[in-house]
Design a protein around this ligand. Structure first.
Ligand code: ADP
Ligand code: MG
Length: 451
């Protein structure tokens, strides 16, 4: 993190003020952290006091260190299997473990990552050494426990990173099983960028009288990401992407697609057009995923095409551009995505490809993020002609609408106007009594202010 942004940090405090011991502070100095972020300043003292904490703060605000530093402080170097940190993806397991290893190097508290896709035999010897902190994905953690290699009853701390994901339908059962097997009252710290009321209720059922901490960084999306959108027909998206990548030549762009197929398709198209792009989604072999991650971290990749799940929580420095190749249905997902850039104080660019019928998605995002996203007009990009199959489909639909209209007119007889005398005015206490039916609907096409 280069520039300390007052929006993300609590510059009135130092880490020493939060009650951290010298060995832990040394790790922070080495890592180059000067001031705590707001969520760190708020969460760390509460966790150190032994309380359960439910923490919510935007993506890229240092939630890993917020739960990690109290663990490093409270766990003994020798305390085998002291804390279990559960995360939703393998990449996140690696990343979170790496951050804790770095932060814990002076306190000499070891962290080991366990996740699927890596041979279990590789992880077993590391676990046999009895590291104090285990970071893992639920599936692999259960596997290891079943083999008797992870003594669940030891753990004094249970952490859920990305708790909204961990307690949603996909992982819920695994988490229930794992948390159910831990000792009766581990101290819990659950964190996420978003926590719905439903998730919060479920989370609380695993916690004892938790303190909820929500910090409002002046939205990082507002402050640091330069957002804009392009109106583009679906069939032009690939060409527009290629055009923009060639023109702007981003240092590192992450392109988000909705499906694995789209990820592969776009990656392949870029490759064919001499853009150095790699795909990242859940169906790729772990070896391949690791290779892509290494390439990313080492700065040897300029375009990553990814699905939302694969990119969740990833903290890769230096992502300069995020491209919403497919707009997400859920505005929260947009926030997660663009949080991949402008990590902790940097700046970044986000481009969104909005199809003509997706104005509403964009408006929902604007409302959530509380920003107006400006349109970028094309300069030298020429939209292509309507593909033959699309225009044939449109003609067919128009014709069907027309025929349906004719049929309706034939069968419906003359429209009966509703006149004031036929309506009971008492039903409309404001005195505005309707005198006619609402106009015909717009044939399914609502007008938006988008073009
Ligand atoms: P989150 O989990 O909230 O999305 P991360 O924990 O992944 O965020 O942290 C984002 C980045 O900010 C990481 O590179 C991390 O090393 C860095 N970071 C965290 N806390 C600080 C701090 N207090 N000072 C400087 N950099 C920090
Ligand atoms: Mg995180």
């Amino acid at each position: 993190m280069d520039q300390a942004s007052p929006d993300t940090f609590d510059i009135t405090k130092t880490f020493a003020d939060l009650g951290l011991k010298p060995a832990v502070l040394e790790g922070l100095t080495q890592r180059g952290f000067k001031h705590p972020t707001k969520i760190q300043a708020a969460l760390i003292p509460v966790a150190l006091a032994g309380k359960d904490v439910l923490g919510q703060a935007k993506t890229g605000t240092g939630k890993t260190a917020a739960f990690g530093l109290p663990l490093l402080q409270m766990l003994d170097t020798e305390a085998a299997f002291g804390a279990l940190v559960l995360v939703p993806t393998r990449e996140l397991a690696i990343q979170v473990a790496k951050e804790l290893q770095e932060l814990g190097s002076f306190a000499k508290v070891q962290t080991v990552a366990v996740y699927g896709g890596q041979p279990i035999d590789k992880q077993v010897p590391q676990l046999k050494k009895g590291p104090p902190i285990i970071v893992g994905t639920p599936g692999r953690v259960m596997d290891l426990a079943e083999r008797g290699i992870l003594p669940f009853e030891h753990f004094r701390f249970a952490i859920l990173d990305e708790v909204d994901r961990m307690l949603d339908i996909g992982f819920r059962d695994d988490i229930r099983k794992i948390l159910g097997k831990l000792r009766k009252t581990p101290q819990t710290i659950f964190v996420s960028a978003t926590i719905s009321p439903e998730i919060e209720k479920l989370a609380r059922s695993y916690m004892k009288d938790p303190e909820k901490i929500v910090t409002f960084e002046k939205s990082l999306t507002v402050a640091q990401v330069k957002q804009s959108y392009f109106t583009v027909e679906r069939w032009d998206k690939k060409r527009l992407l290629l055009h923009l990548l060639k023109k702007e030549n981003p240092h590192l762009a992450v392109v988000f697609c909705r499906t694995k197929r789209a990820v592969d398709d776009v990656t392949e198209f870029l490759g064919r057009n001499k853009i150095d792009a790699q795909a990242m989604h859940g169906d790729l072999f772990q070896k391949k995923r690791d290779k892509v991650m290494d390439q990313l971290r080492e700065g040897n990749l300029s375009v990553l095409v990814a699905s939302d799940l694969a990119a969740r929580g990833l903290d890769v420095d230096d992502i300069t551009h995020v491209v919403n190749y497919d707009m997400p249905e859920d505005p929260e997902v947009y926030i997660h995505r663009i949080g991949r850039t402008a990590r902790a104080g940097r700046s970044g660019v986000a481009w969104s490809f909005v199809a003509p019928d997706q104005g509403e998605l964009l408006t929902n995002i604007e409302m959530l993020a509380n920003v107006e996203i400006p349109v970028t007009e094309y300069d030298d990009f020429k939209p292509g002609p309507i593909p033959a199959d699309v225009s044939a489909m449109r003609e067919y639909e128009a014709k069907r609408r027309e025929e349906a209209q004719v049929a309706r007119n034939r069968h419906a007889g003359p429209e009966i106007p509703v006149v004031a005398e036929q309506v009971d005015p008492n039903m409309f206490p404001d005195g505005i009594v309707p005198t006619a039916l609402p106009g015909r609907r717009l044939g399914g096409r609502a007008a938006t202010r988008r073009r």
